[in-house]
Design a protein around this ligand. Structure first.
Ligand code: PLP
Length: 379
């Protein structure tokens, strides 16, 4: 069976993890954490980064830093992973779900202004599949209304919007190193990017359980204590060591993934011309980091049929997301019933094909041939 995902290993992970163990510093904010953060700050010009235990935790830190008060409204696409909304719900926010674009699952900036009220505090664009949202439009709306922007860049490491790295455009950016993402910190991990200097000090405090421990280590204060809210958002050094090994091979990982993506795209494009599916759209302003290969079918039945057909033929394809505005949590806690047709369409028709570094050219070819076979049988 061709799996849907398989985490990539460079071969150096265990060596770096051993080094972390051997030097005896295992808790967070050590040498490896520092090396990872420096990597990001150097490669992408991020002002300040903090490694976190997950992408969800990076989002939670961002929500705390936005200083959400109960009842504040936060605009989130409905077509996303739970954590995008949950991080803000935990701070007492009232979530306003936004629709996706017609051509991409990203939040539709042209429908945003209608959702803004006096209570709106934050917009959370999600760069779905690592393909940028239209950030100029979103930032313009946010600036005009005095709203903060948190980029859920869980999927978009090493991808760009008009030449600017994703995660560096909003007030905060949040990256995930879960094992299903392009690079992983040994299963779970994340990164908070702080782009506005005024939040850096508080971010470090929230990261270190509400203490000014980071300043203590820099010799700026002679003892540290409890100064604010926070949690233990920092990962162990073992995870940072694992991540560093992956980051050192980032270029190679991205190149291979992009090549697999290209093979899928070229192989399946004739099905779009024949009217069976729609290929992913990469707008001019965006790059593709090949986080996933997805396409949309004409309806849910054909999508489910295709997943079953591929499974019978030894390849695991999957679908997601279940629109958050139709989730059990939302329908139990909210009275609004928003009408989000594009979101519903992606929920019903989007399929993701196997995508991982070790996927072989022959396997991609095989999957492409089986997808074509399925649609030819429908005729
Ligand atoms: C993966 C993902 C997250 C959560 O990241 P974790 O590291 O698994 O906590 C949040 N948002 C989106 C869009 C994701 O894809």
């Amino acid at each position: 069976m061709i799996p849907f995902n398989k985490p990539f290993l460079t071969g150096k992970e265990a060596h770096y993890m051993y080094q972390a163990v051997f030097t005896g510093q295992l808790s967070g904010n050590g040498v490896f954490t520092n090396k990872c953060e420096k990597f990001f700050e150097k490669r992408y010009g991020f002002k300040k980064t903090l490694l976190t235990t997950s992408g969800s935790d990076a989002l939670e830190m961002a929500a705390i830093l936005c200083d959400i008060k109960p009842g504040d409204e936060v605009i989130v696409p409905s077509y996303t992973f739970v954590s995008t909304a949950l991080a803000f719900v935990r701070e007492g926010a009232h979530i306003i779900f936004a629709d996706s674009c017609k051509d991409t699952p990203n939040i539709d900036p042209d429908k945003l202004e209608d959702l803004i009220t006096e209570k709106t505090r934050v917009i959370v664009p999600v760069h779905y599949a690592g393909v940028a949202c239209d950030m100029d439009k979103i930032m313009d709306i946010a600036h005009r209304h005095g709203i903060l922007v948190v980029e859920d860049n869980a999927q978009g490491l090493d991808s760009y919007y008009k030449g600017r790295p994703l995660g560096s455009i909003g007030d905060f950016g949040c990256v995930s190193f879960h094992e299903t993402k392009n690079v992983t910190a040994g299963g779970e991990g994340g990164l908070l990017v702080v782009n506005d200097e005024q939040y850096i000090r508080r971010a470090e405090i929230i990261w270190e359980k509400g203490t000014n421990r980071a300043e203590f280590f820099r010799g700026m204060v002679n003892k540290y204590g409890w100064v604010d809210t926070g949690s233990s958002f920092l990962p162990a050094e073992i995870n940072a060591a694992f991540l560093l090994a992956q980051l050192e091979d980032l270029g190679e990982i991205q190149n291979r993934r992009k090549e697999i993506w290209r093979q899928y795209y070229e192989g399946l494009k004739p099905l779009e011309n024949a009217g069976f599916v729609k290929m992913p759209v990469i707008p001019d302003y965006a790059t593709n980091n090949a986080h996933m290969f997805y396409m949309t079918c004409r309806n849910m039945d054909e999508r489910q049929g295709l997943i079953a057909y591929l499974k019978e033929n030894g390849a695991l394809a999957v679908f997601h997301y279940l629109a958050l505005h139709r989730s059990q949590y939302y329908t139990e806690h909210y009275t609004e019933r928003p009408n989000l047709p594009n979101c519903d369409r992606y929920d019903h028709t989007l399929i993701r094909l196997p995508m991982f570094y070790e996927l072989k050219d022959e396997e991609v070819k095989y999957i492409v041939s089986k997808v074509k076979e399925y649609f030819n049988k429908l005729k």
